[in-house]
Design a protein. Structure first.
Ligand SMILES: *[C@@H]1O[C@H](CO)[C@@H](O)[C@H](O)[C@H]1NC(C)=O
Ligand SMILES: *[C@@H]1O[C@H](CO)[C@@H](O)[C@H](O)[C@H]1NC(C)=O
Ligand SMILES: *[C@@H]1O[C@H](CO)[C@@H](O)[C@H](O)[C@H]1NC(C)=O
Length: 308
């Protein structure tokens, strides 16, 4: 009830003042992002879920060891991830992914220095979880099942699945943040998260016409399918674009190559925490844990959808 009243007030006040400040076509979008009662603390803690996932996937994939070895203090006694393993990576990919992993260690440390947070949640980064994501992306079982750890191309396609979700979450969180310290932290996290996504996309773009064996499907098609799956699961329209798109979706509506995923004005898409949960649980519902988070994500926002 209290939150309904708050939402009403925010919408009422912003709908009164915003038309004075911005052109009409923008105001409705801004009102939607303002209409929540998430605190800065909630939003930053929510991000910890994704940072833990990235840290473990990148560290284990590139070195065979996760947070438990690299920085046990940050795991805070949370359960070990299920199913991650050292991937068969070429030297360049291994080098880059290990850097990504260490970047996530820094992100975890930075977040935990600002908010209380929680221990590492239970994470499922088994090849079966990625296999299921790819089967859902294609609408049919791939045969043999997709294995993210089998080679560099597969690992980069699996990487394509993750930092972009964090990126859109940080863009979505930014307008809801009140405190300047939170804004500074989230801007710093967003910058590096989008950098990771850009590096991943650039490596894959270079291989976009290559066939991902043994599926007779190109790298570009894989990315398009993954992006369309995330659009379906998020259930909030077009917020995700693969490496080759219809011309209207390319930069300034003029190209089909799509090195970055962004809107008509080449601004990053934003996602709400609900949309993020629908995607990372893999089932299109923020109330139905699964996918990377068999026991659900932690923190007040994610837990609020799980209460009985
Ligand atoms: C991990 O995910 C796979 C694929 O969805 C599933 O079969 C397995 O039971 C999961 N493990 C746990 C402990 O949830
Ligand atoms: C972006 O441009 C395309 C083509 O002009 C149009 O169909 C689409 O509705 C636009 N999307 C938004 C969000 O404005
Ligand atoms: C979500 O889970 C339900 C119940 O298991 C299933 O019927 C539905 O197809 C799933 N949805 C998606 C998008 O995977």
């Amino acid at each position: 009830m209290a939150s309904k009243i708050l939402i009403f007030n925010v919408v009422f006040l912003t709908s009164f003042f915003l038309p004075l400040l911005v052109p009409n076509s923008y105001s409705s979008q801004i009102i939607v992002s303002a209409a929540t009662d998430f605190t800065d603390n909630d939003l930053i803690e929510f991000a910890l879920n994704l940072e833990y996932l990235e840290a473990e996937f990148f560290l284990i994939g590139s070195s065979g060891y996760g947070l438990g070895v690299v920085s046990p203090d940050l795991a805070q006694g949370g359960p070990s991830p299920i199913g991650g393993t050292l991937a068969q990576l070429d030297p360049l990919t291994k080098d880059i992914i290990y850097q990504f992993g260490l970047q996530e260690v820094g992100h975890l440390r930075a977040i935990k220095s600002k908010v209380k947070g929680f221990p590492r949640p239970l994470l499922n980064i088994s090849k079966e979880v990625f296999g299921t994501i790819m089967n859902n992306a294609f609408g049919r079982p791939l045969n043999p099942p997709f294995d993210p750890y089998a080679n560099s191309i597969n690992y980069l396609l699996a990487t394509y699945v993750i930092p972009y979700v964090g990126l859109t979450g940080y863009v979505g969180a930014t307008p809801m943040l009140q405190n300047i310290v939170s804004k500074q932290l989230v801007a710093g996290l967003l910058g590096v998260e989008s950098g990771q996504d850009a590096v991943t996309r650039a490596l894959l773009y270079n291989l976009k016409d290559k066939i991902v064996t043994p599926y007779a499907v190109t790298v570009a098609e894989f990315t398009n399918r993954i992006s369309m799956l995330r659009n379906r699961l998020g259930n909030a329209g077009l917020k995700d674009e693969g490496l080759v798109v219809p011309r209207e979706q390319g930069a300034d509506g003029k190209v089909t190559g799509n090195i970055l995923s962004a809107d008509n004005n080449s601004l990053s898409y934003a996602r709400t925490p609900e949309e993020i949960l629908r995607i990372i649980y893999g089932n299109g519902s923020e109330r139905n844990p699964g996918g990377f988070y068999p026991a659900g994500a932690e923190g007040r926002i994610a837990q609020s959808y799980l209460s009985p």
